[in-house]
Design a protein around this ligand. Structure first.
Ligand SMILES: [Zn+2]
Length: 319
């Protein structure tokens, strides 16, 4: 199987420009990405901590005019093509991050729970494949309350908790927004079932802790509010020794569209201008810190590095 080293990969990326393809390529050679998806997990080190990306799956989202507020379907397809992706649909992938710290397993975001897309819901299976027992998770950190990030906490029909023995840490601003009775009134009809489901579950759970602002939520892990995608959207910053990892949740969606074009505003962003300001700020910080970044919708493996490219950025996955 074709497996270039990092040096060869960078060379190949530069070679694309030489061939007249403008800009650098932002995708992992597909053989490597396919192999990682097949395996379902990808493990790397941040200082002394062992970190694992877990693949939950993909939503092959049909194109629609409203998906990006300030880009057309044609522009969207052109950006997908430039990144070497299919233009048939928008490949929204889901991947969580698991951190081993001390004797604790920390799970960041809970996955789709198999309730979002027929091709997603593999979190439990892939954690087991990685040798990580979901029953050993003592802490779940939630970035925000969109379905693909919290449905893994609750069973499909009964809403019964899937991880009742873990402490579930949620951003206080996010909790306040979604559990406010006024939110149910204000939200468009399409969102009401989600609001109702949240209000019927999370406030009744005894193992939920709210975190406000920047706080240490587990050894070596701090919350980092990055509001905009939702009113309380929060990233998590992990540090060990000289190494840093930013787990940025949905500060942006798929890299081929939104890392390359940070000014493109996905329809899921609740406060678009704030979301854009925070995404540029955190990408600049990741670059200046020389840190690793992991995004929930960054494909697989979903961790890598960011570089500046004109007015936008490039994401290069680990390989
Ligand atoms: Zn998401």
């Amino acid at each position: 199987m074709f497996r270039p080293s990092r040096r060869e990969f960078l060379h190949l990326s530069g070679g694309a420009a030489a061939l007249g393809l403008s800009g650098s390529l932002t995708f992992v050679p597909s053989a490597i990405a396919d192999e990682a998806r097949e395996k379902g997990y990808y493990t790397y080190k941040v200082g002394d901590m062992e970190v694992t990306s877990i693949y939950d799956g993909i939503w092959e989202k049909p194109h629609d005019d409203g998906f990006i507020r300030n880009a057309t379907v044609d522009e969207t397809k052109a950006a997908l093509e430039k990144a070497g992706l299919s233009t048939e649909f928008i490949p929204i992938e889901f991947a969580q991050t698991v951190v081993k710290t001390g004797d604790n397993l920390v799970l960041i975001d809970a996955g789709t729970g198999g309730q979002m897309s027929p091709k997603a819901g593999a979190t439990v299976k892939n954690m087991k494949a990685a040798g990580l027992d979901p029953a050993d998770v003592k802490t779940v950190l939630i970035s925000h309350f969109h379905p693909d990030h919290i449905f893994g906490l609750m069973a499909k029909e009964t809403n019964e908790q899937t991880m009742p023995n873990a402490e579930i840490i949620v951003p206080a601003a996010e909790y306040k927004f979604w559990t406010d009775p006024a939110t149910l009134e204000k939200m468009p009809d399409g969102f009401k079932p989600l609001v109702q489901r949240i209000q019927a579950t999370i406030p009744n759970w005894k193992n939920v802790t709210q975190v406000d602002g920047e706080k240490e939520v587990a050894p070596g892990i701090r919350s980092l509010p990055l509001f905009g995608h939702t009113p309380g959207h929060t990233a998590y910053h992990i540090s060990s020794g000289d190494d840093e990892l930013f787990v940025v949740g949905d500060v942006t969606n798929i890299p081929a569209l939104f890392v390359v074009n940070p000014g493109w505003q996905v329809s899921f962003d609740a406060i678009p201008d704030l979301a854009e300001k925070n995404r540029r700020m955190i990408f600049d910080r990741v670059i200046s810190d020389g840190a690793v970044v992991a995004g929930y919708h960054f494909g697989f493996p979903n961790a890598g590095t960011i570089t500046k490219d004109g007015d936008g950025y490039l994401f290069t996955p680990m390989s």
